[in-house]
Write a protein that binds this ligand. Structure first.
Ligand code: SAM
Length: 465
């Protein structure tokens, strides 16, 4: 009766929240399974950023709810952003639901499940849906446990929760609440424990990660709390690489640009959401920067690292987006030549200012604009990967690739690389000579001493490389 399956929708932060819930449940004696049919309890950790994500989770809930009719002890819960966004409306619409848990209550899941399972044994009144959506002070500090069963070479670390921006399209401030930072020391302790478990690379997570600690931690020596945090992580022995996502162009100041110059572990890859290349659209979106300022940040970063890798988020078809606005986004796209991008078709989120704006863009046009940017992305991504052919790249080997007999890893620039390797090199930084490239992946062979290539049957131990 205690096998739990957690299905996650949405962003890396949701992945991280699910992992923390899994770890808390395991500590409480639950076991985690990899598919819903083996589970006594299914928890859906949901996303509200776009309507499609909500519809998927609602469809899944309806499907799973059927199982309750033949198996009344089956437990079904919804957690996270959609629970928070739609609240009790969901409980009314889906009466078979046992549990509805908001984004500040993930840590309460083990207690709620214990209670539900006890009542199934006849120990207490059987509840209808348990609804726990309140705000809770300090909840950002509860997302810290990790699953220790698989060595995690590259690990997400949540450094804060919430968002104080008011982007006209975005539901996140409603679902995640106001910005709250974890203390620097708590984050460092967590990372040191991760190093003991084999982590070599951390990705710091926050909705607006560069505004970390703005209210709680003073600026020191001209450095923002976020840069101070990066400097402290740089000092942790065993951590080889640092990444973060997502920063906001507002607040991407020179101290952060210079961190790329001064901190050797900070990888030369920046995910910098632009949303649009048109100043008119940025204003309507309530994004407090201009296209010129965005490009200035890109140039500043390139002056530190000429080959800096860039990725972004773009929304096409925001209300009022005219052809000339979209052309400015195309131009931005070509100017920056992004290595990676998430291109979203604008989705109406009820309760946000953009939901009631006039001049909503027809779906067909959104689709066309989306396809055009995807085409450009494929070209720039392929050009970047081809430019790496013949170079040696530092790869952090993360594990076995899904297909073939290859291992997968990432370059410092976040390009996926597939290489003949061995289990012994998982978690190691190796040098790889790139000899083939597609838009999505690099291929090559391990290099010894930066010169000789070696085949997979003559691999050396990590300390020998
Ligand atoms: N921290 C990021 C930033 O700079 O604002 C945003 C994180 S958000 C969860 C991820 C992305 O989803 C946004 O950058 C935006 O491109 C996209 N997004 C948010 N609301 C959307 C909507 N209503 N329709 C389509 N895409 C949306």
């Amino acid at each position: 009766m205690n096998r739990v399956y957690i299905k996650t929708y949405g962003c890396q932060m949701n992945e991280r929240d699910s992992e923390a819930v899994g770890a808390m449940l395991r500590r409480r004696g639950y076991s985690l399974v990899n598919n819903e049919s083996d589970a006594d309890v299914v928890l859906l950790n949901t996303c509200s950023v776009r309507d499609q994500a909500e519809q998927k989770a609602i469809g899944k809930t309806g499907y799973l709810a059927k199982r309750k009719r033949t198996d009344p002890n089956f437990v079904l819960g919804i957690m996270g952003c959609m629970a928070q966004n739609r609240g009790e409306e969901l409980a009314d619409r889906l009466p078979d639901l046992d549990l509805l848990v908001g984004t500040q209550k993930f840590h309460a899941v083990p207690d709620h499940l214990d209670y539900i399972l006890e009542t199934q044994k006849g120990l207490g009144p059987q509840p209808t849906t348990i609804v726990d959506l309140d705000a809770e002070e300090g909840s950002q500090n509860t997302i810290r446990e990790h699953l220790a069963d698989k060595p995690q070479v590259s690990t997400f670390v949540s450094i804060m929760q919430g968002c104080n921006m008011n982007c006209a399209f975005c539901i996140v401030p409603k679902t995640r609440g106001p910005e709250r930072a974890r203390p620097i020391e708590a984050i460092l302790d967590e990372i040191e424990e991760l190093v003991d478990g084999g982590t070599k690379e951390v990705t710091l997570l926050g909705q607006i990660v560069n505004s970390y600690g703005r209210r709680e931690i003073p600026i020191r020596g001209g450095k923002s709390p976020f840069v101070q945090l990066l400097e402290r992580i740089q000092e942790i022995k065993g951590i080889e690489r640092i990444r973060f996502t997502s920063p906001h162009p507002r607040g991407f100041r020179q101290d952060l640009v210079e961190a790329y110059r001064d901190l050797s572990k900070l990888c030369e890859y920046v995910h910098l959401p632009a949303q649009s290349g048109s100043n008119r659209m940025l204003k309507l979106m309530n994004r407090p920067y201009s296209r010129e300022r965005y490009l200035e940040i890109v140039d500043n970063l390139k002056s530190v690292f000429p080959d800096m890798y860039f990725s972004t988020d773009i929304i096409v078809g925001f209300p009022g987006e005219k052809e000339e606005d979209f052309e400015e986004t195309v131009d931005l796209f070509q100017t920056v030549a992004y290595d990676m991008a998430f291109i979203f078709k604008y989705s109406i989120r009820s309760g946000t200012p953009a939901a009631t704006m006039k001049d909503q863009v027809p779906q067909k046009l959104k689709e066309e604009r989306n396809q055009r940017l995807l085409g450009l992305l494929e070209k720039s991504s392929l050009a970047r990967n081809k430019s790496l052919i013949g170079t040696n790249q530092e790869i952090l080997i993360e594990g076995k690739a899904k297909r073939g007999n290859l291992y997968r890893g990432k370059t410092r620039g976040f390009r996926t690389c597939l290489v003949p390797s061995s289990e012994r090199l998982v978690g190691e930084l190796v040098s790889v000579r790139i000899d083939r490239a597609t838009a999505s992946s690099l291929y090559g062979d391990l290099v010894l001493g930066g010169v000789d290539e070696i085949g997979s049957d003559e691999l050396l131990l990590p300390e020998e490389i």
